[in-house]
Design a protein around this ligand. Structure first.
Ligand SMILES: Cc1ncc(COP(=O)(O)O)c(C=O)c1O
Length: 439
């Protein structure tokens, strides 16, 4: 199996695109530089072709959670092609954005109004701006990952690595105005006492409490009720970030499952099955603060995003896709644990089933082991890493052939650990964890 063209493209990318790609999670060094194909020519269902014509079954990050139904979904693409034929943008607005707003508010009956953007981080920035405009306050207490923008990255100003506890470690806040120091205050999931301390130390200064509904652990009983009460008490806007969790376990926000009562919820990723779209939905009086400030952008008015979202949501709902995504994810997560045990490997598996992940519990060389896993799975025709994001197009047969391959690969890895020759078996570089400059 040759990946010459893919590797050549990566060399060109390094010359022309600082950091190689626009998204850390798709950087080849996150898998194994020199081995990971990096570029695709075609994707359909769960299959991906690289530039050298190699075909892989994608049992990996599913477009990092964007392609919830599967790649190039026929129904979504049909709606998008129709929108393109009829003009994907004009001097007038597209009616699809009203239809989508109605649908989002029907699915989330607590919400009255909707604004749109086209990507996750920017839509979180809009939500935070709305909260600041509405409350007239500046500070934000947050938990979890919310993107690359100044309001969020400022948490690492003047701290060791405050964001290291929130998905990505090593995020350098260089370029973020130092004046934002102390405006974004992190607390950990299920650590209500940390939020209480933030509130006690920042009396009447919190504009928002920002959280993901779930990432790894289930919420403790009463955790979100307390957050709701604290938000009311401090008159802070409660924002739920559904960018990763939304449309995974149900056809809506995960907050519906956990009976969380937000003021604003934010969606992107799965919403458009890979087409750029993001929605900020919320209570009418709070969303109206959009008009007290200036939030406006040309490309937020194009037609493909809302069209794709409507087609995705309708299909997702009619198939009850969340059920399938959960059951596939469970099979994968249970499979990892069972096969690791069988092959005498120490791993830790976690995540909600549709966004599953595992790590090799070998502290000195877990990243070399990850790279070896990636490499050996590529050899068997799978795009695979230590994360698995379910797509509706994943079927039992994919799970079976994948787990069969994992069994064989775990066996090789287990033997390599015992023989102490993991590094020698690597054709590429060990994986990189978190954010580091690409050299
Ligand atoms: C919970 C959450 N919020 C925000 C973002 C940022 O979204 P985007 O990458 O579309 O800017 C992500 C991306 O992974 C996310 O998982």
């Amino acid at each position: 199996m040759s990946t010459i063209k893919s590797q050549e493209m990566q060399k060109r990318a390094k010359q022309r695109i600082p950091g190689m790609t626009q998204l850390l999670s798709k950087r080849p060094d996150q898998f194994s530089l020199g081995v990971w194909p990096g570029y695709y020519s075609k994707a359909k269902g769960v299959e991906v072709w690289d530039l050298d014509g190699n075909l892989y079954v994608d049992m990996c990050i599913g477009g990092i959670g964007a392609n919830v139904l599967g790649y190039a979904d026929d129904d979504v693409d049909k709606a998008v092609c129709e929108a393109i034929k009829n003009g994907s943008s004009s001097s007038l607005n597209c009616p699809e954005e009203i239809e989508l707003a109605d649908l989002l508010c029907e699915i989330h009956p607590w919400a009255d109004k909707v604004r749109y953007a086209r990507s996750g981080g920017e839509s979180m920035t809009i939500a935070v701006r709305i909260a600041r405009a509405q409350t007239g306050k500046d500070k934000v207490a947050f938990c979890g990952y919310h993107g690359w923008h100044d309001w969020y990255l400022s948490a690492n100003l003047g701290t060791e690595n405050a964001l290291g506890e929130h998905l990505l470690t090593g995020l350098d806040p260089r370029g973020v105005p130092k004046g934002l120091t102390g405006t974004a205050l992190p607390f950990r999931y299920n650590h209500i006492e940390e939020l209480k301390e933030i509130i006690a130390n920042n009396k009447n200064e919190l504009a928002a409490i920002v959280m993901e509904p779930i990432r790894d652990d289930e919420p403790d009983a009463g955790f979100f009720d307390e957050i709701r009460a604290l938000a009311d008490e401090t008159k802070a806007v409660f924002i739920i970030d559904e960018i990763s969790a939304g449309f995974r376990m149900n056809s809506g926000g995960a907050h519906l499952i956990y009976n969380i009562q937000p003021d604003i919820a934010v969606f992107s990723k799965a919403l458009g099955n890979g087409y750029p779209i993001a929605a900020i939905i919320g209570k009418g009086d709070i969303m109206d603060a959009v008009q007290k400030t200036f939030i406006s952008s040309t490309m937020w008015t194009e037609r493909i995003g809302p069209t794709a979202a409507l087609a995705t949501l309708k299909k997702h709902r009619s198939l009850d896709a969340g059920k399938h995504l959960v059951s596939i994810g469970k099979l994968i997560q249970e499979g990892w644990v069972r096969l690791a045990e069988k092959n005498d490997l120490k791993i830790h598996a976690g995540g909600i089933p549709p966004l599953s992940h595992f790590s090799f519990e070998y502290y000195n060389n877990s990243l070399a082991l990850k790279a070896l896993f990636v490499q050996l799975m590529l050899d068997k025709g799978f795009l695979a890493s230590t994360s698995f994001y379910s797509m509706y197009a994943h079927q039992q047969k994919h799970v079976e052939s994948y787990l069969h391959a994992v069994d064989e690969v775990f066996k090789v890895i287990s033997r390599a650990i015992k023989q102490g020759d993991v590094e020698q078996k690597l054709k590429g570089k060990p994986a990189v964890a978190g954010f580091k400059r690409l050299t």
